[in-house]
Design a protein around this ligand. Structure first.
Ligand code: G1P
Length: 288
C-alpha cells in the first residue's frame, strides 16, 4: 500500500475561533510563526506524501495561497541579504503539489472529503483534519501509514480522552489486536458520555481506501445535522476490516481557544530561539 496523496479538509468556518477567523481562515492562524496549515503539509511531506488535495470553502483560498511563490517578497528579502528568512519563504512554495477542490456548502466533514473523490482517484490516501496538530518524533501520518501498510487496511488515529470530553469526538468500539492497534467494530460521532462505547477518540489523521467515496455519496446527515465521516467509516468497517492506531505524541486542538494557547506554549518551550525566554516568563507568573 503506497500513500502518495493526502486530503486536507480546510473548509470549516472556524466558529470556535471567532472573531480571529472572520477574515483569516483558522488554518492560517499560526503556532508561533508557522500557520497550522503549513505544519500539516510539512507532516504530510515528512510522511512521504507528494500531492496534497485541499478542500476549501468558496472564496476562502488563503490557506492555499500561502504555498504560492511570493516573487516580490523574495526579491526584497534577497536584495536585503536576509538569506534565512528568504529560505523559509521559498520552502513553503516547494513543499508539495497542490490540488484545490471546493466544498460549495458546509454540509459536514464527510461531505467535504467526498469533494476530493476525483482528485484522489482509485488509490489509498491520507486524511488530515488540520485542527488536530500532534507533536511527535515520528510524524503522526507516518505512524498511521506504517500501521496501514502492516495491516493492509484502512487505519484511523486514536487517542484516549477523559470521560467528560467524550461528547466532543467520534468514539470507537474496539478490540485490541496489538500493542497500539485495535480492530474497530463500531463508532459513534459525539456520543453522550454514558452511551460512548469506549474512551478512545478518533483524531484527525487516517489512511482510507477509495471505497469510502461510494459510501460517502449516500451517507445521510447524522450528529449535528452534518454528513459525518465517522458514519461513513462505520459502514466501511462493516464491509472490510478497519483498524485504529493509538499514536505516540502530544495532540493539540487548534480549533479550540484553550488548545490554541497550549499549542503556543508547548511548541514555544521547545524552540531554540524563544524556549528559554518563555520558560523564564512562565516561572514569573506561575511561581510554584
Ligand atoms: C471531528 C470529527 C470527530 C473527531 C474530531 C477530532 O470533529 O467529526 O470524529 O473525533 O474531529 O478532532 P470536530 O472537531 O470537527 O467537531
Amino acid at each position: 500500500m503506497k500513500i502518495r496523496k493526502a486530503v486536507i479538509v480546510a473548509a470549516g468556518m472556524g466558529t470556535r475561533m471567532l472573531p480571529a477567523s472572520k477574515v483569516i481562515p483558522k488554518e492560517l492562524l499560526p503556532i508561533i510563526d508557522t500557520p497550522a496549515i503549513q505544519i500539516a503539509v510539512e507532516e504530510a511531506v515528512r510522511s512521504g506524501v507528494s500531492e496534497i488535495v485541499m478542500v476549501l470553502a468558496p472564496g476562502r483560498t488563503l490557506a492555499l495561497d500561502h504555498f504560492h511563490p511570493a516573487a516580490e517578497l523574495e526579491h526584497l528579502l534577497e536584495s536585503r541579504g536576509k538569506r534565512e528568512v528568504l529560505e523559509s519563504v521559498r520552502h513553503t512554495s516547494r513543499l508539495a503539489r497542490f490540488i484545490q477542490v471546493e466544498q460549495k456548502e458546509p454540509l459536514g466533514l464527510g461531505h467535504a472529503l467526498l469533494q476530493a473523490r476525483d482528485a484522489i482517484g482509485d488509490e489509498p490516501f491520507g486524511v488530515f483534519y488540520p485542527d488536530d496538530i500532534v507533536d511527535a518524533e515520528k510524524p503522526l501520518l507516518a505512524q498511521i501509514i506504517d500501521a496501514a501498510q502492516a495491516l493492509d487496511a484502512p487505519v484511523l488515529s486514536l487517542m484516549r480522552v477523559a470521560r467528560s470530553e467524550l461528547s466532543k469526538y467520534g468514539i470507537v468500539e474496539a478490540a485490541k489486536t496489538g500493542e497500539r492497534t485495535y480492530h474497530l467494530t463500531g463508532m459513534v460521532e459525539k456520543p453522550a458520555p454514558e452511551k460512548a462505547p469506549s474512551e478512545l477518540a478518533i483524531i484527525g489523521r487516517h489512511v482510507l481506501t477509495p471505497d469510502i467515496f461510494e459510501i460517502l455519496s449516500h451517507t445521510q446527515p447524522g450528529a449535528g445535522g452534518e454528513i459525518q465521516l465517522t458514519d461513513a467509516i462505520l459502514e466501511l468497517a462493516r464491509k472490510r476490516r478497519v483498524y485504529g492506531y493509538e499514536f505516540e505524541g502530544v495532540r493539540y486542538d487548534l480549533g479550540d481557544r484553550l488548545g490554541f494557547v497550549t499549542a503556543q506554549i508547548g511548541y514555544g518551550l521547545k524552540r531554540a530561539d524563544i524556549g528559554d525566554g518563555l520558560r523564564a516568563f512562565l516561572k514569573t507568573i506561575i511561581p510554584h
